[in-house]
Design a binder for this molecule. Structure first.
Ligand SMILES: *Cc1c(COP(=O)(O)O)cnc(C)c1O
Length: 395
């Protein structure tokens, strides 16, 4: 047998973390890594954050799981907190990002069904989007590596160019249910949408009674410098998916919706065995205890400005490698002139964790709790690595 016990769908690196503390990860042999990847934008409070760890330990010993057949004081409390802090009026909890996407798609279709327009069941999504790996989520992207070999994809999705309002408008027809869009494309290469684009989508949705779904699974929960990225675009979605940061490392996602958008989601229309169980709710509460402190967003913005400034200063010294920096808050991407994947691998071997992204981008996604010293350490090590890096010969 040649296949590994772990299904070999990931190109796993030689980094094998067994312990984490703050902004650092430690490998099996004690090797230290500065973690500016955060489990891909998940560990927003870093590793082993005392408040989050304690909340999970205490809740485990109190009540871990009960069925959604029973009342949920824990779920009601976290949902209320999210409702109070966002556009939303109601929340469905999930265990992952892609399950939140599934709920969002169902909510949008069901909205039109509820209003007697079942033919309006096609969502317009965008080139290089990433919404997860379920059949519906891969049907909403055009990335070959995600869809090849999985035909037939699900009907009900049309993919058009990202950040092109004309293309989006031209794709709308009598079957359109709405738009599904990342305000800042993450996996696709840290590409913030323009204000005009997102405001234009909002306008189309308002004019034609369509659903605007924002996927903030990567850019949400303070990553962008505001609690949610949509706040920076002067508009609100009808439905929003979140995950990653909201659990701080505990598997937790949610689909948020306005009362209007959730009109069709009545008893029996959706469900989840684990979604919103007391343990997950305790993790979410602990994360929000930290993130909703008044000074937290200021800190993210300040660290984001520092990191971005330092990266921009460094680029001219290595302009054979780096082109530009983009992104919002602590969701940054360094557009590279060479293969970003090979460079990210090289950095890993030198104790620095980042994430490769589409469009030849190196994603820089540190815990939101970093301090200035970590920014300094990161940029020093990055410069050092860039100085010694030998660009691989083109294949
Ligand atoms: C990670 C991600 C997802 C999928 O989340 P999973 O928890 O892996 O299912 C969906 N959308 C975006 C924008 C993401 O970054």
């Amino acid at each position: 047998m040649a296949i590994t016990p772990l299904m070999p769908v990931y190109p796993r690196s030689p980094v094998r973390p067994v312990r984490g503390e703050g902004v650092y990860l430690y490998g099996e042999g004690g090797e230290q890594y500065l973690d500016f990847a955060s489990g891909i934008a998940v560990n927003i409070l870093g590793h082993n954050h005392p408040h989050l760890t304690k909340a999970i330990q205490e809740q485990t010993a109190t009540l871990m799981h009960v069925s959604n057949l029973y009342g949920s004081p824990q779920g009601e409390a976290l949902a209320q907190r999210l409702v109070d802090a966002t556009f939303a009026d109601t929340v469905f909890f999930t265990n992952s990002g892609v399950e939140a996407i599934e709920c969002a798609i169902k909510t949008a279709r069901r909205y039109h069904h509820h209003h007697g327009r079942p033919e309006k069941n096609v969502l317009i999504s965008f080139r290089n989007a990433f919404h997860g790996r379920s059949m519906a989520a891969i049907s909403a992207t055009d990335q070959p590596k995600m869809i090849e070999g999985f035909a037939p994809l699900l009907p009900g999705f049309t993919v058009v160019e990202f950040d092109n309002l004309e293309a989006a408008e031209a794709a709308v027809d009598e079957n359109t249910a709405g738009f599904l869009v990342e305000p800042v494309q993450g996996e696709g290469g840290i590409r913030p949408a323009s204000r005009e684009f997102l405001q234009g989508l909002r306008r189309i949705c308002d004019a034609q009674d369509l659903m605007l779904i924002f996927d903030e699974i990567q850019c949400g929960v303070a990553r962008s410098g505001t609690f949610f990225a949509y706040e920076q675009f002067g508009i609100e979605p009808d439905i929003m998916t979140i995950a990653k940061g909201i659990g701080g490392g505990f598997p937790l996602g949610a689909c948020l919706a306005s009362e209007k958008a959730a009109a069709g989601m009545v008893i029996g229309t959706h469900g989840s065995t684990y979604g919103g169980n007391p343990l997950a709710m305790a993790a979410g509460q602990a994360v929000l205890d930290v993130v909703l402190q008044p000074e937290f967003l200021d800190h993210v913005q300040r660290m984001g400005d520092r990191l971005r400034g330092a990266l921009e200063q460094m680029i001219p010294n290595h302009d054979h490698l780096f082109e530009s920096v983009r992104g919002l808050g602590l969701m940054l991407g360094v557009k590279m002139k060479t293969d970003s994947r090979a460079f990210v691998t090289y950095l890993r071997d030198h104790g620095l964790l980042t994430v490769a992204g589409g469009d030849n981008v190196m994603r820089v996604l540190p815990p939101l709790t970093i301090e200035e010293q970590h920014v300094t350490e990161f940029v020093e090590k990055l410069s050092e690595a860039a100085r010694h890096y030998e660009v691989p010969a083109a294949a």
